[in-house]
Design a protein around this ligand. Structure first.
Ligand SMILES: Nc1nc2c(ncn2[C@@H]2O[C@H](COP(=O)(O)OP(=O)(O)OP(=O)(O)O)[C@@H](O)[C@H]2O)c(=O)[nH]1
Length: 404
């Protein structure tokens, strides 16, 4: 592999699946750690040293993202993604493939969901994913509707495009109309799912038909501009990650800032396309505003897989003390720094670990990038510093030490 790796000083594990954990929101205290003793010691130091370690001195109230929803009644405000839809439409499969890395073919053996399955995701921002059983009537008086919908970030409605979908659309419309009264700002994201098994023509027709039926119903009830978006998805390709990326991006208030930073990086370094990836889920949380095509997303996402695989093999426990650890000039303080540059066909791929959750991947053209690398390194360092101010939490958050 024609790549260049550089690793810097100390602390957390990176590009390791265990850095992330999913649990029930009200889970009991952490169980035994899966990390090796050395790594646990490092974490203990994190726990002791971390508060405000990198907070810039300022009189201005910070306006960066806190992971809280502005109107959250409970105040603990982790945005919630609700996965709803008919039985066997693919809700649990989506959640397992995107957040648990389950190989798509193994979703065949998933059992039907019988009660609401709640999972917390701790990453660059905290959010929860609630997987609903297909048969539930959420507006039954037995359910506490407010409890379900009040802190919602997005309602993802999954429709099986390979199946008869009229009833699914009817339920979706009823749900949207019910919600419009009390929660008019909820983002409704319709995943027209399992499109992998359909011919191009049929796929397009089905997609248009579903959009038309939903929009007609809404406008019949006077909701012309309800916030409803549609995506074609499948767990057997990248489309589900692409769709989830767009859903999550709507929950990130600093998205315009991130896009502006990426635009500026791209124009300074003549980068064709830059993605800021959440490493483990392979959701991209921002990209520059040049047109996106699924091809470039696929290349970058596959590259993350390679890096994770290599890190699984060659990753190492950080030394407990500063010791002889190599220091990289752009200083990735509490993150292992990994920088690679690789030629892929006519393109160069540049990857840099930004912090323990995020990686920047850039696609560059063929115009002598080897000489450009120093300039790119420098500018990405500047981008990284800017990002720290936008997402200070990702820099300072405690490493997660257990998986339930
Ligand atoms: N072809 C295809 N099959 C899929 C896709 N996603 C899920 N499936 C299959 O659909 C079936 C049902 O998936 P589940 O995830 O259990 O569906 P669910 O909506 O959670 O079902 P309930 O728990 O009963 O509500 C499984 O056999 C999956 O393998 C997809 O993108 N394409």
């Amino acid at each position: 592999m024609d790549s260049h790796y550089r690793r810097s000083s100390v602390s957390s594990h990176h590009f390791f699946p265990h850095d992330r954990h999913y649990d029930e929101p009200e889970a009991p205290p952490p169980g035994p750690s899966r990390l090796k003793p050395g790594a646990q010691l490092t974490m203990m130091r994190f726990l002791q040293d971390l508060p405000d370690a990198e907070a810039p001195p300022t009189d201005v109230t910070p306006r960066y993202h806190t992971g809280r929803l502005p109107n959250s009644k409970a105040g603990d405000g982790k945005p919630r993604l609700l996965l709803m839809g008919q039985r066997r439409s693919g809700k649990s499969s989506i959640s397992s493939v995107v957040f648990h890395k389950l190989p798509p073919s193994e979703t065949l053996y998933l059992e039907t969901t019988t009660r609401i399955k709640k999972e917390s995701m701790h990453s660059f921002m905290d959010f929860q994913v609630w997987d609903f059983p297909g048969h539930l009537d959420y507006f039954d008086p037995a359910f506490d509707v407010d409890n379900i919908f009040e802190e919602i970030g997005a309602l993802i409605w999954v429709i099986d495009a390979q199946d008869e979908y009229l009833e699914a659309i009817m339920r979706l419309n009823t749900t949207i109309l019910n919600l419009q009264h009390s929660y008019p700002n909820i983002n409704v994201e319709v995943f027209v799912h399992k499109v992998d098994g359909l011919s191009e023509d049929y796929k397009g027709d089905t997609f248009r038909d579903i959009i038309q039926r939903v929009q007609d119903e809404l406008s019949d009830h006077g909701y012309e501009n309800a916030p409803v978006s549609f995506y074609q998805t499948s767990i057997y390709d990248h489309s589900i990650f692409e769709a989830f990326s767009k859903v999550i991006q709507k929950l990130i208030p600093q998205l315009p800032t991130l896009e502006a930073l990426l635009n500026s990086l791209c124009s300074t370094c003549k980068i064709e396309k830059a993605y800021l990836f959440d490493i483990m889920s392979k959701i991209y949380i921002a990209t520059d505003t040049s047109p996106t095509d699924i091809g470039s997303y696929e290349i970058c996402s596959d590259y993350i897989d390679v890096v994770i695989d290599v890190s699984e093999i060659y990753g190492w426990d950080r030394p407990a003390e500063n010791g002889n650890a190599e220091v990289v000039e752009n200083g990735n303080n509490d993150a292992e720094s990994l920088i690679t540059m690789e030629k892929k066909g006519n393109n160069y791929l540049y990857l840099r670990e930004i912090n323990k959750y995020l990686a920047l991947i850039c696609l560059m053209g063929d115009d002598s990038p080897a000489e450009k690398k120093a300039v790119v390194d420098y500018n990405v360092g500047v981008f990284q510093d800017a990002l720290k101010q936008v997402f200070p939490r990702a820099e300072r958050d405690l490493p997660v030490i257990q998986t339930s």
